[in-house]
Design a protein around this ligand. Structure first.
Ligand SMILES: [Zn+2]
Length: 262
C-alpha cells in the first residue's frame, strides 16, 4: 500500500450520527439529515472561509435543536446527522452527481471539485451509509415489533435564496403520498399566524431527496418532510415555540390521517 488514504474519518473523530430517545414510545420517528456542520479533519475547510461554513449551505440552522426538543416532548426516537451536507448530502442518493456539491447557492466549494471516484466512495461509505443503515435497522426493529411509525423528516430553509425572499414560515413536503403532509398542513393553517408552503420551498423527488422516498414511501409509512424558516428557529425561544407547536399538532394530524392505524 502507498500513502493514499483509505479512510476519510480518523478513529478519534466524532460519530457521524447521534440518536436520542432510543427507547422512545412515540409512533413518531424523527430524522435530521442536515443537522450538523462538522467536516472530517481530512477535508480541512473545503477551501471555504468560516463565514461560509456557518451559513445554511453547510447545515440546516436550528433544525437539530427543534428536533431534539420535539423528540423530548413526544418521547420520540430521533437521529441527527452530525457532519455537514457539504461533505456529502445525507438526503440525496450518493449516485446523484450533486450528492457532493461543487456549487451551493452561489458559493463554489473548492474542496469538492474534481473528486476521484474513491474520494466520493469514502464519503458515502463513512458518512451517508452508516446514518441510513442506522435508520433502516431501527425501522426494521419497529416493523418486527409491529410498532406504528410515522416518519418526520426535519429540515430548515434560508429566508432568502439567491436574492429572493421566501414568504413561508413553514412548508410541508411530499412526493407520491400527500396524505399526512396535508393533514398537518390543514392544522398549521388553522393556527392562523402562519404562511404554510405546500411542497414549498421545495418539492420532494427521487433525485433530490433520499430519506422520504426510501424510508417513508418505499416502506409505506405515513410521512412528511417539515421545512421551518431558519430565522424563526435560530434562537432558543423560537426553537422551543416550534417544538411545542409541532408536539401539539403532529399527534392531532395522526388522529386525522385516513390510515390512522398505520
Ligand atoms: Zn435540509
Amino acid at each position: 500500500m502507498d500513502a493514499i488514504a483509505t479512510r476519510l474519518l480518523e478513529p478519534d473523530e466524532p460519530p457521524v450520527f447521534r440518536v436520542e430517545r432510543e427507547q422512545g414510545a412515540s409512533p413518531f420517528f424523527l430524522t435530521c439529515d442536515h443537522g450538523g456542520r462538522r467536516l472530517p479533519r481530512r477535508l480541512g475547510d473545503l477551501g471555504l472561509p468560516a463565514s461560509e461554513l456557518e451559513r445554511h449551505i453547510a447545515w440546516d440552522i436550528g433544525a437539530s435543536a427543534v428536533t431534539s426538543l420535539l423528540a423530548a416532548a413526544l418521547d420520540a426516537f430521533a437521529i441527527h446527522q452530525t457532519y455537514s451536507r457539504l461533505a456529502i448530502d445525507c438526503n440525496r442518493d450518493p449516485s446523484v452527481e450533486t450528492s457532493i456539491v461543487t456549487v451551493s447557492e452561489l458559493t463554489e466549494i473548492p474542496g469538492n471539485r474534481g473528486l476521484s471516484a474513491e474520494a466520493r466512495r469514502m464519503r458515502a461509505a463513512e458518512i451517508f451509509e452508516p446514518y441510513h443503515r442506522r435508520i433502516t435497522a431501527e425501522l426494521e426493529t419497529r416493523k418486527a415489533g409491529e410498532r406504528p411509525t410515522v416518519l418526520i423528516a426535519m429540515h430548515s430553509f434560508t429566508p432568502v435564496f439567491k436574492g429572493v425572499t421566501r414568504p413561508w414560515h413553514v412548508g410541508v413536503l411530499y412526493n407520491r403520498d400527500p396524505r399526512f403532509a396535508h393533514a398537518l398542513k390543514a392544522l398549521l393553517e388553522a393556527e392562523g399566524d402562519l404562511v404554510v408552503g405546500d411542497n414549498e420551498p421545495y418539492a420532494i423527488s427521487d433525485l433530490s431527496d433520499y430519506t422520504i422516498p426510501v424510508h417513508g414511501e418505499r416502506r409505506g409509512l405515513p410521512h412528511v418532510e417539515i421545512e421551518i424558516r431558519q430565522d424563526l428557529i435560530a434562537e432558543t425561544a423560537g426553537q422551543r415555540a416550534w417544538a411545542d407547536r409541532l408536539a401539539r399538532l403532529l399527534p392531532e394530524a395522526r388522529r386525522r390521517f385516513p390510515a390512522a392505524a398505520a
